[in-house]
Design a protein around this ligand. Structure first.
Ligand code: ATP
Length: 364
C-alpha cells in the first residue's frame, strides 16, 4: 500500500533524518513509527504526503510513485492529524470539520451535514458543533482533529503524536476510541509516537527507529516483545517486556496446579492439615467462594462456616491472556491466580513465577 524504497532524507543543514529506509505498510492496518526523539519519525511520515521530499529513494502509494501525483491531489486522499489538533481558532467545531469537504467544492449544506456525521462518529455530542476550539478540552479538540482529518473519507490517515498533549486518562480514552473507530473504518494509518506502550496498544505493525534515522526493527508488537532484533530494541521496548509479553500468551498456556482447593463441605480439621498458608474454598460446582488463611481457621465445623477473604480476580482459561492471570495472582490475598473454565469452575492455581515463566507467545 505505502512503500518506501531505499529512502533517505538529508536536510540542507547536513542532518540525515532518515537513512536508507525500505518498508512496506499494509493496507487497512495501523503502522506505528516509534523511536527516541529526533530519530526521523516525523520526517518519514511527512514524506508520505510530500510535505517533505526524499533526498534519494522512492515512496509509492498503491504502486504509484508519489512524485507522479501532484501534492494537492495526493493530500486529498491522505488525512493528517497532529499534536494539539491544530484547529482553526476562529472557526466553529463544525466548520473546522467541514474544512476539507469545502475545499473539495462541496456545497456548504452538504459539507456541514458530513461534519455533523463525523462529530458523532468521533463521539462528541451535537451541541459542540457551534463551539470554538478554545471552548473544548484538549481531548475533545483532538477528537475534532481526527474528525477533520476524516472529512473527505481519505483511505490513508497520517497521525503525528496525536494523543501526546493530553493527560494519561484522556489519552487512554482517545486510544480506546481510536481502536473502535478503526474497526469501523479500516483506514490505512501511519501513527507516530515516542511512547512504546501506545505503539504496542495501537499498532498492527511497529517500525522502531534508532537515532540517525535508521530502521531498527519492523514487526508485530508481539514479535518486538518476544524477539527484539538487538539490544537497542530490547532496551527500547523495556525491561518489563517479559510482563508485556504475557498479553500475547493465552491464559490456557499458563501451567496450573491443583493447589489448595477445597469444597465448602470439607471439615475444618481436614483443611487445617493442608500444608499451605491459604485454602481456596469452592462451592459444589467448584466455583470459587474465597480464600481462607489456614492459621485462622476455627477448631471445628466445615469450611462453609468460615467467611473467606475476597477472591480478588479469577482469570478465564477461555479467552483471557496470561496477563489477566498475572493480575489475578497479584490481586489475590494468597498471591495465587485462580484459573476458571467457561462455567466459572476452578481448574487450578498458579503463582506469579509460574505465570511469568509460562511458555508460548513467541512462535506466532
Ligand atoms: N527542517 C529541518 N531542517 C533541518 N533538520 C531537521 C529539519 N526537520 C527535522 N530535522 C532534524 O532531523 C532529525 C529527525 O527529525 P524528525 O522530526 O523527523 O524526528 P522525530 O523522530 O519525529 O523527532 P521527535 O520525536 O522529537 O518529534 C532531527 O535531528 C531533527 O533535528
Amino acid at each position: 500500500m505505502i512503500r518506501f524504497d531505499a529512502v533517505s532524507k538529508k536536510y540542507p543543514n547536513g542532518t540525515t533524518a532518515v537513512d536508507d529506509l525500505s518498508l512496506e505498510l499494509a493496507e487497512g492496518g495501523i503502522t506505528v513509527l516509534v523511536g527516541p526523539s529526533g530519530c526521523g519519525k516525523t520526517t518519514t511520515l511527512r514524506m508520505i504526503n510530500r510535505m517533505v521530499e526524499p533526498t534519494t529513494g522512492t515512496v509509492s502509494l498503491r504502486g504509484r510513485d508519489i512524485r507522479e501525483v501532484n501534492a494537492p491531489e495526493l493530500r486529498r486522499g491522505i488525512g493528517y492529524v497532529i499534536q494539539h489538533a491544530g484547529l482553526f481558532p476562529h472557526r466553529t467545531v463544525l466548520d473546522n470539520i467541514a474544512t476539507v469537504p469545502l475545499l473539495l467544492g462541496w456545497s456548504r449544506k452538504k459539507a456541514r451535514a458530513r461534519a455533523a456525521e463525523l462529530l458523532e462518529l468521533v463521539g462528541l455530542p451535537a451541541e459542540m458543533a457551534k463551539r470554538y476550539p478554545n471552548q473544548l478540552s484538549g481531548g475533545q479538540q483532538q477528537r475534532v482533529g481526527v474528525a477533520r482529518a476524516l472529512g473527505a473519507d481519505p483511505p490513508v490517515l497520517l497521525m503525528d503524536e496525536p494523543f501526546s498533549a493530553v493527560d494519561p486518562i484522556v489519552r487512554a480514552e482517545l486510544q480506546a476510541e481510536f481502536i473502535r473507530l478503526q474497526k469501523e473504518l479500516h483506514k490505512t494509518i501511519v501513527f507516530v509516537t515516542h511512547d512504546i506502550d501506545e505503539a504496542i496498544k495501537l499498532g498492527d505493525n511497529i517500525a522502531v527507529f534508532r537515532t540517525g534515522g535508521r530502521l531498527a526493527q519492523f514487526d508485530t508488537p508481539e514479535r518486538l516483545l518476544t524477539r527484539p532484533a538487538d539490544e537497542f530494541v530490547a532496551d527500547f521496548v523495556g525491561h518489563d517486556r517479559g510482563i508485556r509479553r504475557l498479553s500475547f500468551v493465552k491464559a490456557a498456556e499458563v501451567p496450573l496446579r491443583d493447589g489448595p482447593v477445597l469444597s465448602a463441605t470439607t471439615p475444618v480439621a481436614e483443611a487445617r492439615a493442608v500444608k499451605e498458608p491459604w485454602v481456596l474454598i469452592v462451592d459444589d460446582a467448584r466455583r470459587p467462594l474465597g480464600w481462607a488463611p489456614v492459621a485462622e481457621l476455627p477448631d471445628s465445623g466445615t469450611l462453609a462456616d468460615v467467611s473467606p477473604a475476597p477472591l480478588g480476580h479469577t482469570f478465564s482459561l477461555v479467552g483471557d491472556s496470561a496477563r489477566a492471570a498475572l493480575d489475578s495472582a497479584l490481586l489475590s490475598p494468597a498471591r495465587l491466580a485462580v484459573g476458571v473454565d467457561a462455567d466459572g469452575a476452578v481448574v487450578g492455581v498458579a503463582d506469579v513465577h509460574e505465570i511469568t515463566d509460562s511458555p508460548g507467545g513467541d512462535d506466532k
